[in-house]
Design a protein around this ligand. Structure first.
Ligand SMILES: NC(=O)c1ccc[n+]([C@@H]2O[C@H](COP(=O)([O-])OP(=O)(O)OC[C@H]3O[C@@H](n4cnc5c(N)ncnc54)[C@H](O)[C@@H]3O)[C@@H](O)[C@H]2O)c1
Length: 336
């Protein structure tokens, strides 16, 4: 028995990296999978139709069901056809995972409108396209799962204004889908993934790794905490019936850590009985909010916080399994 027996999934960008691992795990758990990948370079240029087909071949060799789709997620009508392809090939559609992605990194003062648009088109519009067409179907059948890859770059990566904007947009899009589709029994969640893929090979620290080891991070990742396949179990779980009650949340997958982010919350309030004057704000904001300006609240390296958790603070919850909560529930020790 697989966790996704009888389900049909579309996984975009599934020819490589994190999407490939998700497509393969979903197939291993019993889902029939539409493996979408345009087979582009990291910049979004070029096309290679063999990339999606290779993963289809891998899934079939392992006894699973899959078909390839080599269209761009940025194409609105092609996304409609992709949903139709799932229905034609496998009779239904239950799950959409949006993984397709490109990078065109540049500081804001150097970024061209073309670099901005290309990244927005693939990530934000591409995720919209699939959510839109899948939700037409999900609304009719009163079930479905949307799982969208966002990024810690959404919290302010300095050299990626296009990518940060697209990934922050994907969080808003996901939360809107969660609220808009709740009455149709459809869930929508976003995941901040990690894994040493070619995307990570492109960042400056990867060049240091090459200098030390002679290999790219992606070439050393298999079977380690940096393996992009580590993201697949969380996404597969969110796609399963076991996660029916989970919607509108932001998760993280960092190595072997699975993370739940807090929802944005108001943490401090100043109230007046009149419209504030600028002078009043200049006097009271530093006093009331000042301590919060000390820390960098929008640090994109969110996962660094996990490394800082003191060893003694983890709670054993099973063989090889540990938990750390900044918010400790009083009943927690009875749950495990
Ligand atoms: N690797 C990480 O650590 C990391 C961190 C944060 C977020 N992410 C996100 O996770 C997702 C997967 O990233 P990855 O690291 O596996 O990247 P990857 O480059 O290994 O894989 C992305 C795939 O998307 C495909 N693709 C690109 N444009 C497409 C289009 N228009 N239509 C269809 N397919 C297209 C590419 O051909 C490629 O195979 C992306 O959304 C990325 O932004 C990755």
């Amino acid at each position: 028995m697989g966790m996704l027996d009888g389900k049909v999934a579309i996984v975009t960008g599934a020819g490589r990296g994190i999407g490939r691992g998700i497509a393969r795990q979903m197939a291993a758990e019993g889902a029939a999978v539409v493996v979408n990948d345009l087979g582009t370079a990291l910049s979004g240029e070029g096309v290679d139709v063999s990339v999606a087909q290779q993963v289809v071949d891998e899934i079939r060799a392992e006894g699973g069901s899959a078909v390839a789709n080599t269209d761009s997620v940025a194409d609105y009508r092609a996304a409609e056809a992709m949903v139709q392809q799932a229905i034609d090939a496998f009779g239904r559609l239950d799950i959409v995972v949006n993984c397709a992605g490109i990078l065109r990194d540049r500081m804001i003062f150097n970024m061209t409108p073309e670099e901005w648009q290309a990244v927005i088109d693939v990530h934000l519009k591409g995720t919209f396209n699939l959510c839109k067409w899948a939700s037409v179907r999900f609304r009719e059948q009163k079930s479905g799962r949307l799982i969208n890859m966002t990024s810690n770059s959404a919290f302010g990566a300095p050299g990626q204004p296009n990518y940060a904007a697209a990934k922050a947009g994907i969080i808003g899009l996901t939360l809107s889908c969660a609220n808009g589709l709740a009455r149709y029994n459809v869930t929508a969640n976003a995941v901040v993934p990690s894994g040493a893929t070619r995307m990570i090979d492109s960042i400056p620290s990867a060049r240091e790794a090459v200098a030390h080891t002679g290999k790219l991070p992606s070439e050393l990742a298999a079977g380690t905490e940096k393996d992009p396949d580590n993201v697949a179990p969380l996404v597969t779980y969110l796609a399963s019936d076991a996660a029916q009650h989970i919607s509108g949340h932001l998760f993280g997958s960092f190595g072997y850590n699975v993370v739940l982010f807090s929802q944005p919350k108001i943490i401090k309030t100043l109230r007046a009985d009149h419209r504030w004057t600028v002078e009043e704000l200049a006097q009271h904001i530093p006093q009331a909010f000042g301590s919060d300006f000390q820390e960098v609240v929008n640090d994109p390296r969110v996962s660094a916080a996990i490394e800082a958790i003191p060893e003694g603070k983890w709670v054993e919850i099973g063989p090889g399994l540990r938990f750390y909560g900044t918010k400790i529930e009083p009943h927690m020790e009875f749950v495990w």
